[in-house]
Ligand binder design. Sequence first.
Ligand code: ADP
Ligand code: MG
Length: 695
Amino acid sequence: GDVDYKKDKKFADLLSDKNTAVSEFARKKTMQQQRQFLPIFAVKEQLLSVIRDNNVIIVVGETGSGKTTQLTQYLHEDGYTNYGMIGCTQPRRVAAMSVAKRVSEEMNSELGEKVGYAIRFEDCTTENTIVKYMTDGILLRESLRESDLDNYSAVIMDEAHERSLNTDVLFGLLRDVVARRQDLKLIVTSATMNADKFAEFFGNVPVFRIPGRTFPVDVMFSKNPVEDYVDAAVKQAMQIHLQGNPGDILIFMPGQEDIEVTCESMGERLASLEEAPPLSILPIYSQLPSDLQAKIFQKNKDGVRKCVVATNIAETSLTVDGIIYVVDAGYCKLKVFNPKIGMDSLQVFPISQANANQRSGRAGRTGPGQAFRLYTERAYKNELLLNTVPEIQRTNLANVVLLLKSLGVQDLLQFHFMDAPPQDNILNSMYQLWVLGALDNTGSLTKLGRKMVEFPLDPALSKMLNVSVEMGCSAEILIIVSMLSVPAIFFRPKGKEEESDAMKEKFQVPESDHLTLLNAFEQWKRNSYGSTWCTEHYIHVKAMRKVREVRQQLKEIMDSQKMDLVSCGMEWDVVRKCICSSYFHQAARLKGLGEYVNVRTGMPCHVHPTSALFGMGYTPDYIVYHELIMTSKEYMQCVTAVEGTWLAELGPMFYSVKDTKQSRQERKKVAQASMTKMEEEMKEAESQIKARKEE
Ligand code: ADP
Ligand code: MG
């Protein structure tokens, strides 16, 4: 039978303490004691009284003081759940899930019942849920349906100092909601940064500071700039470990790849030493499967030291107890709009001073600690920014524009942002939406645009799904979109590269990675969605199950939008054409032997080695790509061969049949003119606002 994927309790099961020897009674008792030991507990009554007297308050406290796990429970105990839910937003999925799990245990309820969480494509709540942790993106989408958030009696915007894109948009929206709803409590929490700015934004609301209880941390800088931070971090951690003093280690790395290399290299070094005491090396990053993520919270077995290797997720979102040593590589990955490629990309940047101090602080939670910064004091003082630039000022805003437009914010310059995004960003995003057909020449939502907003997807994917209905291949595109919405499907274990590559080749459709994904799913379906089949074919079974779940959820939205599921059978050219209809702005042309250049910019770009089109001797004249990733080179990931004529037909603002330089310039002119027109209208709107303000 079909499994109900909507209620994913597997995460909960994996985390459960069923296999520990501690009695239920002892566990609960210690949990209550732990709660009472948190700094926030000491000020509980004062805090609740400030909340009773004010509709909006800012709560500031060190990481680990109990804001995320306790505030919701305090509000519940104070009766706020009698007339609505308590919602708590998190910028990160991992935090939403793991904190919900923790709080459900503290409240002695099964995860998904009284306490639940919701992240994109995963709703672990029921009608009984009174405390709901969710990503900020989820609450933002909920505001589309319920602009006053009537289901909630209190909303906690947690981790506001992170200034994530969605949190920043929520700031603007919630500011109006609290003005309309006198019965809603809004609590904004921050880890010691930006509090006054938040207070001012909401009209000089009170700031409540939780007295900290932290231990001193010795901060050590590197004497000379380090050449290889992974290598330096491994050496530093090994040195700490071999010295033999107790305490766990936390290493900060910019991203998954570096974390993997660090863990591996540390494992190898450990294995090469005969007398080395055991060390439990635990990676954590957002794409890590949740059962492995949960391991960082488990108690050290037999006193084995833990070494957690994390992204900035461990900076403030998740508190790992017992950390005495922090090793900070000094970098993080940030999403930035890259004008060269005309889209966002994740790039490695030096952290800010605020980040650096948060990271060091993690060593002083349980006792005096030590922080090793793998950069010089000079670099810290002269090269690091004081604070990270908020996401809203550095990324593509296409999704935000689409959302705000559909919320009736006609003029984005009028929207009350805490820090307004640069006008160029807004215009660029509007331009992209115009190219996709979501906005018309006046910058208003089109019929297509309105339908696109319904899907929790990037605009291009949303468009593809919408267009696929008319093109007669929505059944296929739905699977492809679902496959693209989960982390990697194929795995390639060390030492089994050849076997796994050979297996993957079985699925490969020479002209398209998208079709390869479709093919893999179809074959899995033909094999009764089996898990053994997955393992045999080096495919992540969990990822595939997630695909089914995502597919089901998108299908429900399609149903509600009266979008039919139609199949093109084996006519996969139709599918390729549909892909082209939404990705024509990301096209590359063959130039020379196996070399591609971006059709619009002329910039060289390379087919990613994991692609079906890589090194197969098949080099179509034109391809479109799902995304560009920047490593040593610019790689196009997930590509599909298309016809030049399709590009001309589907992306007329860019291409003509005879792609001569002149006609391309003409296209560019048309596009430019349209953008200028939009710009003028926005300026016009701006002057109207000014005039209105002066009145
Ligand atoms: P804050 O939000 O102020 O940083 P939290 O409420 O997240 O603080 O953390 C309070 C305490 O709860 C910390 O000691 C932390 O270790 C513990 N905690 C939080 N999440 C978990 C979890 N998933 N498992 C075990 N302990 C947790
Ligand atoms: Mg927190």
